[in-house]
Write a protein of this length. Structure first.
Length: 524
């Protein structure tokens, strides 16, 4: 049997698969039992047969199977499969989680005039102005800045606008670091003698012993994947066994973990020790004098508490039910626990935010980007823009907007306010759920589809009056109900081209075959 080191396995997979495979990806496959691990941590080897079997399966099946499920006319060039996750979530793009955003490389491909020497048509040039009427978390604005294009976003969600504007704005990083340092120090003092911290340290020690004994990694994962163990039965049995240890520890530390109330999102989805820490940090943030620094710290806290909801690791995206005890985790193949402190996540995201802001500062251009909060169906773009930057508003009036690059909501897929319910609840932001287009709560029936067509049509009609005569509109959508031909017709537009791309990296690691279409529209 031929054995390779992790680095050798990385080089072999890169050559065989035709895409850069980093050593960290090989380590991931070992950790989760996709490959057998031979030797200990210092002498880890990978069987070449396992490696070949795994990457042959990926290489041979994906394009064939996806073509069968989604149709043969997939533009694999626009899959951007050559980019690793680190590149797809570069710099500020990962400042805060957001469902339903497109990858920056897709925006760059259509906006930049030199991303692809074989691209037949150039749509936009430097110093043009681009509009994104469904701005979301600001991907279009950020990429426009990178390539020297001005851009305006609009979003009905105040929190979405906050995310976008923090990403694109130039900040006083020194002041942010200074405030983070002060808050973190006070936070550490706050939890120094807390029962919950001591309880969690003891719990972690017991978990480590228990998991090493019954769920040795990666051997247990490998056996589960090869059906040598009944995961559900074994996991349920060991979950019950460890629960007795968990309850004894709670009794030992006399710790109450459930909140008294269950009325709000923050009441329901956070354990009592976590809620106390969140309130403490929020109070310190509210005392910060610099309003811009305060906004950045707010976003860090929001990102932190999203990761600290009382749910299982595999259920962060759907939130089926709160978790108040240890449980068998199907994501990590062992007994896991809910979080009892946000401290480590606060430190981790604070450092990461600073790093990403600095990275983007090294790339940013001297162009203007801003996301307005409002309803794109009827917003007066110029008057609202004038409140933020009167000179740029005058420039829009004079030169007009060159085009649109946006991804409208998909019918019945996401409730855009509800995905950040924790932030709206904690920071007491005003919500506009009733003004969302195509929300999940309205379903996918005929009435929902008709309302969606009307909504997107109105957005386009309101946007077109701000565009140049020779405009380009690009809308990214998974049009499973074939609504966009009607939308284009109703808005007085024609679809001049369609680019159907496979989407390889989706939220919550969904690996099922999925595509989206980029509709290129122009005036009739």
């Amino acid at each position: 049997m031929t054995l390779l080191s992790i680095k050798e396995a990385s080089n072999w997979a890169t050559n065989h698969y035709g895409k850069k495979i980093a050593p960290s990806q090989i380590s991931y496959l070992l950790q989760y039992g996709y490959l057998r691990k031979i030797g200990n941590n210092s002498t880890t080897k990978v069987p070449l047969t396992d490696l070949k079997k795994y990457y042959d399966s990926k290489k041979n099946n994906m394009e064939k199977q996806w073509g069968k499920n989604l149709g043969e006319k997939l533009n694999w060039k626009l899959s951007f499969k050559e980019y690793r996750e680190k590149e797809r979530t570069k710099h500020v793009h990962r400042l805060h989680p957001y469902k339903g955003k497109f990858i920056p490389q897709l925006v760059e491909y259509f906006l930049d005039d030199h991303t692809d020497e074989f691209k037949k048509e150039i749509y936009f040039s430097k110093n043009d102005i681009i509009l994104d009427p469904f701005c979301g978390s600001g991907t279009t604005l950020i990429q426009a800045n990178e390539i020297n294009i001005n851009s305006i976003g609009i979003d009905i969600s105040k929190f979405n606008s906050l995310i976008s504007n923090i990403k694109v704005k130039k900040h006083n990083v020194f002041d942010i670091q200074n405030e983070i340092r002060k808050i973190t120090q006070l936070f550490a003092e706050f939890i120094w003698n807390s029962k919950s911290v001591k309880f969690e340290q003891n719990l972690l020690s017991e978990l480590k012993k228990f998991n090493n004994n019954f769920f040795p990694s990666p051997n247990f994962k490998y056996k589960v994947r090869n059906k040598e163990i009944n995961e559900q039965q074994f996991g349920k049995q060991k979950e019950f066994e460890f629960e007795q240890i968990f309850l004894e520890l709670l009794k030992k530390y006399n710790l109450k973990i459930s909140q008294n109330e269950n009325d709000t999102f923050m009441d329901k989805w956070y354990l009592k020790p976590v809620r106390e820490e969140i309130d403490f940090v929020l109070k310190l943030i509210n005392e910060v004098k610099n309003p811009d620094t305060k906004k950045v710290l707010t976003l860090i806290l929001s990102r932190t508490i999203r990761s600290c909801r009382a749910t299982s690791h595999s259920d962060l995206g759907t939130l089926k039910k709160p978790i108040h005890k240890t449980y068998y985790c199907h994501k990590h193949y062992k007994i896991c626990k809910p979080l009892f402190s946000i401290f480590n996540w606060w430190r981790r995201y604070s450092r990461d935010t600073i790093k990403r802001l600095v990275e983007f500062d090294q790339l940013r251009t001297n162009t203007f980007q801003y996301c307005l909060t409002g309803d794109s169906r009827n917003i007066d773009l110029i008057s609202n823009l004038r409140k933020e930057n009167s000179n740029f508003a005058d420039l829009v009036v004079k030169n007009k907007i060159k085009g649109i690059f946006s991804s409208p909501p998909y019918v019945g897929l996401i409730d855009y306010h509800q995905q950040h319910a924790y932030a709206y609840d904690l920071f007491e932001y005003e919500r506009n759920d009733e003004l969302e287009i195509g929300p999940l709560c309205k379903g996918k029936g005929k009435a929902a589809r008709d309302s969606y067509v009307d909504g997107v049509t109105q957005v386009l009609q309101n946007s077109i009056k701000y565009l140049v005569d020779d405009f380009h509109i690009f809308l990214v959508a998974n049009d499973r109900f074939n609504l966009y031909p009607t939308i284009a017709k109703n808005a007085g537009l024609k679809i001049v081209n369609k680019f159907k791309r496979p989407v390889l990296s989706r939220v919550e690691k969904d690996k099922s075959a999925y595509s989206e279409t980029i509709f290129h529209m122009r005036g009739e």
